[in-house]
Design a protein around this ligand. Structure first.
Ligand code: FAD
Length: 585
């Protein structure tokens, strides 16, 4: 067996380096190898991957939740390495013979001098009865497309389902696993539900989104304060989060929890466990938990100085434990393995792998995220922005501007992307957009009128209403009942009513201008106008404009666009649990 640091292929004319797996770690390793050894004669670099694309797994939930189209997560490997000293082969490696130094697919043999194993992970089902058979997984583009089709199908079926219990079953979506994949998946569904409900004529209140985690907390990789923020945000979006709730069985129509709770559903998306790709597990190397191959400090597979394992395939121990299965760990591992092979080819000693992870980011739909970057906690839009920046940085490194352009187009110019709220102001709510002008006009009129009353002493002197200084209490056409009301109720308490009217005008004006609680302000505006009309000073056009405010005029370019869904979310917060209880009864 070769010793660490020794050059394996001393006398051969050709040094063959094979990278197995075109994911984050494999592609990055090849880029580094091409840079370090591409110009060197007698070196051949080959990348083997089952399909033509590098799949951006971290964005799969966006495809599953219909935010971006499938092509948004596919990067053509041929295009990435066009003109570079990397041969690309579409094949799947099923066996390795470390003694003969040959990799085998079903039909081909690939001799190697050095190999990097970067085949990634696959879902682990932990022998939970029915999980593998009945749950959807999210670990490939096919998985994501399947979820997308399935979710849409559930809405389609629910739209024609007369039985309320069955409809609820169809509209209950369970995500198993509260890690970042599960949280991101349920977040995408929460974003998609309003569109689906609109499309199929269903009520959002009939949809249940449930995230189930076996541990006491979600997002264990994040600091607690951020995990708590994520949890609060999900609640506000109407997502039920169940922790301490191991799933013990899944059938086509039901999920059973250890607590005995049963949830009727046709959709379980399982993100609760990963293990190393099964082919790598069967290569015969020493494996650790979840089948990850044991590697030494240089990322070499224990016992072999010319076989490296990186990314999700490697079990690399740091002083704080096993290096987590994250993109950044894969990229750094790929770079280190490539550098070490280059060193070995040149007859130098490899360097130790010293991973330095900078943090994690978790999106919950297009408009919210939590992130822990270099010890700095971020949430909301700054975290969303950071996630986009990191993605752009990665894509630029892999493919340059064509990938950056595509990302920007799909993420921002797409109707369901991060800028979707702006698009929604301009598209879905187009009719409401025109009301904005009326809303601002009406608000301005009320505000100016209120300010004028304040300036003319309506809040301090009780004689204004009676004298009719700014507001005429009764005109010639005022009906008798209103005259009586004014004389018996209003005039004796004139200052009180002056204050009410003045503050009312200020409040209505401000609310309409901000587009906050617009319907309420509209009602107030109608009430005040009716009173003014009865006293002979009202304006019928004011009344018509006020009526239009009841139709959601604040939802376009107004705070109601954000506040109303938030309040609806708060109101719904306890509802799904209650519904589930009844479903289990
Ligand atoms: C939905 C989802 C969301 C995620 N979100 C995040 C996140 O936000 N942040 C984060 O850091 N991590 C995230 N992860 C985890 C992250 O994607 C993985 O840690 C990362 O992909 C590991 O990189 P890798 O190169 O080891 O494997 P992969 O990127 O999985 O690449 C493996 C490649 O090997 C190929 N392959 C498999 N078997 C063979 C074979 N037998 N022969 C040849 N090729 C083979 C595969 O086709 C694939 O192209 C997420 C994962 C998922 C599924």
């Amino acid at each position: 067996m070769e010793k660490v640091g020794e050059k394996v292929t001393e006398d051969k004319e050709l040094t063959r380096i094979v990278v197995v797996g075109g994911g984050y770690a494999g592609v990055h390793a090849c880029q580094r190898l091409a840079k370090a050894l591409g110009q060197k004669s007698g070196v051949e670099i080959t990348l083997i991957n089952p399909g033509p694309s590098h799949t951006l797994l971290t964005d799969l939930h966006e495809v599953a939740g219909n935010r971006i189209p499938p092509e948004g997560v596919e990067v053509s490997i041929r295009k990435v390495f066009a003109g570079k000293a990397v041969n690309f082969v579409e094949d799947r490696i099923v066996r390795i013979d470390p003694q003969k130094q040959i990799l085998y697919s079903e039909s081909h043999e690939y001799p190697y001098d050095y190999v990097i194993l970067a085949c990634g992970s696959e879902p682990a089902y932990y022998n939970i009865p029915g999980m593998k058979e009945n749950a959807l997984s999210l670990w490939s583009l096919k998985d994501a497309e399947r979820i997308r089709r399935h979710v849409r199908e559930m809405f389609r079926l629910a739209a024609s389902e007369k039985d309320a219990v069955k409809r609820q079953e169809l509209l209950t979506f369970v995500v198993g696993g509260g890690g970042f994949t599960g949280v991101e998946m349920i977040g995408e569904l929460a974003d998609w539900v309003p569109d689906l409900c609109g499309e199929y004529g269903l009520s959002e209140f009939d949809v249940n989104l449930i995230l189930i985690e076996a541990l006491p907390t979600i997002l264990p990789n994040l600091r607690r304060s951020l995990a708590e923020r994520a949890r609060r945000y999900m609640r506000a979006r109407g997502i039920t989060v169940l922790t301490n709730s191991p799933i013990v069985e899944v059938t086509p129509e039901e999920v059973s929890l250890k607590s005995g709770t049963k949830i009727r559903t046709r959709t379980v998306i399982w993100t609760g466990g990963v293990q190393t790709n099964h082919e790598v597990q069967e290569f015969g190397f020493k494996c650790h938990k979840r089948g990850r191959v044991r590697v030494n400090e240089f990322l070499q597979v224990e016992g072999y100085s010319n076989i490296y394992a990186v990314g999700d395939n490697a079990c690399f121990m740091t002083h704080t434990g096993e290096l987590p299965a994250l993109v950044e760990a894969g990229l750094q591992g790929g770079a280190c393995a490539a550098e070490n092979i280059a060193r070995q080819v040149k007859g130098e000693k490899p360097r130790e792998f010293r991973p330095k992870l900078h943090g994690v980011m978790v999106s919950i739909g297009a408009g919210y995220a939590v992130a822990d970057i270099a010890g700095i906690p971020l949430w909301g839009l700054p975290a969303v922005a950071m996630k986009h920046l990191v993605n752009l940085h990665y894509l630029f490194g892999v493919g340059g501007m064509w990938l950056v352009n595509r990302y920007l187009r799909l993420e921002f110019l797409n109707e369901r992307g991060t800028l979707a709220p702006v698009f929604k102001h301009l598209t879905v709510k187009t009719s409401v957009v025109w009301l904005v002008i009326l809303r601002l006009f009406l608000g301005y009129q009320w505000l100016v009128s209120g300010i004028h009353k304040v300036q003319s002493g309506f809040l301090v002197s009780g004689d204004k209403l009676v004298s009719g200084s700014s507001l005429v209490p009764m005109g010639p056409g005022t009906p008798q009942f209103y005259v009586t009301f004014m004389e018996k109720v209003v005039f004796p308490h004139a200052l009180f009513f002056q204050i009410i009217v003045t503050l009312g005008e200020l409040a209505i004006g401000t609310a309409l201008i901000l587009g906050l609680f617009t319907a309420l302000a509209g009602l107030g505006s109608i009430f005040m106008n009716v009173n003014f009309m009865l006293s002979g000073t009202g304006n019928v056009w004011f009344l018509v404009t006020s009526l239009l405010m009841l139709g959601g005029a604040g939802r376009a370019f107004g705070l109601d666009y954000y506040v109303m869904p938030f309040l609806e979310g708060l109101w719904r917060e306890r509802r799904p649990v209650a519904k589930q209880k009844s479903a289990t009864a």
